[in-house]
Design a protein around this ligand. Structure first.
Ligand code: GAL
Length: 336
């Protein structure tokens, strides 16, 4: 299969890897193990830099974590501290009093070594990364492998994570890709979620999930399938408060599909939760001013944010010393 590698910064070892055929192409960089672009029939379906933007500077400055691999921990940890095995760990508070996305030395900042495996229908990039306790103040040093595999015949991007830690710790990685199936400069209001049973966890005033109760959005808004417009205009307190959706949704069907009637993206994951975020406030922009409010949506497959406070020692994100963490999430595009 066809791929090419472009060096973006020789000294820093930052590359852009493109996997392509006549119909689709996907671009990744080893800087933050990011998806940079995904084009189907020449049309971009994810948010990322324009041709005019300097890619490295763009990602250094972009506050929305576009396309980045997030770790050790996707989402907020309440108060930036937690207890594990009777010991309290104090983390960086990089989102008011919370720790968000593992802090400012997370996987999104790393430049990773990688190798490429080229098969008949697919190309896989295998990145090596490590997270050190001395840098992010979580316990344990973690060795991580991230696999980005693109199957050109299925137009399917599969992400695998494998990790081991020197101590019991928390590990809750995810990818922060933003989709927009219309056109990156348009809002996503017309996209419909093809799931009939959207169980949304609610957030308290500090943006933290406090209990396991969920609201069935389809029942509450009274529609079989909800568009983002239905959600934005629902008048629900939870949605008004955040000017959109920024909530964990329980995964209880095999796939989670979003469509604009022309194309659909289906996510399959072995995680419990997907955090849906709809770019609810925009205060940073690119060279073309193309990032707009509600101009993209994330499908962040992960364990429920702040699970350590919700479930204590039973939190799914706890990675015990000597155990191997494994998870898999894939995104598949169909043209309708
Ligand atoms: C999401 C988070 C949002 C926002 C975003 C980054 O994962 O839920 O509140 O912080 O990342 O812009």
């Amino acid at each position: 299969m066809a791929f090419n590698i472009e060096t973006l910064d020789k000294d820093k070892n930052i590359d852009l890897i493109t996997i392509y055929d006549d119909y689709s192409e996907i671009k990744f960089t080893n800087f933050g193990m990011r998806i940079v672009d995904w084009k189907v029939n020449g049309k971009s379906i994810v948010l990322g830099p324009n041709a005019q933007d300097d890619l490295i500077q763009y990602y250094e400055e972009n506050p929305y974590f576009f396309g980045a691999t997030i770790g050790r921990y996707g989402g907020r940890i309440d108060g930036g501290k937690f207890e594990l095995n009777g010991q309290m760990y104090e983390l960086e508070q990089n989102d008011s009093e919370h720790n968000l996305h593992g802090g400012s030395n997370g996987l999104h900042t790393q430049i990773c070594d990688y190798e490429i495996i080229n098969e008949d229908e697919a190309v896989t990039i295998i990145y090596n990364a490590e997270l050190l306790s001395k840098n992010d103040h979580f316990p344990g040093d973690i060795q991580i492998k991230v696999f980005h595999r693109y199957d050109l015949s299925k137009m399917e991007w599969t992400i695998n994570y494998e990790a081991t830690s020197t101590e019991d710790t928390l590990f809750n990685p995810m990818n922060h890709v933003y989709f927009n199936l219309n056109n990156v400069e348009q809002r996503i209001d017309n996209h419909e979620i093809k799931n009939e049973n959207l169980q949304m966890y609610t957030l308290n005033d500090k943006q933290i999930v406090e209990n396991e109760e969920t609201v069935n959005l389809n029942e509450t808004i009274d529609k079989k399938y909800l568009s983002f417009k239905d959600i934005f205009e629902s008048g629900l307190d939870q949605i008004e408060k955040y000017n959109g959706i920024d909530h964990p949704i329980k995964i209880n069907e095999d796939t989670f599909t979003v469509t604009n009637g022309e194309m659909e993206v289906s996510m399959t994951t072995d995680n419990d939760v997907v955090v849906l975020f709809t770019l609810n406030e925009v205060d940073w922009n690119d060279s073309k001013n193309s990032i707009v409010e509600h101009g993209g949506f994330t499908l962040e497959a992960q364990s429920i944010p702040d699970d350590i406070h919700l479930y204590g020692e039973k939190a799914p994100s706890i990675l015990r010393k000597g155990k191997t963490y494994k998870s898999e999430t894939s995104y598949k595009v169909n043209v309708i």
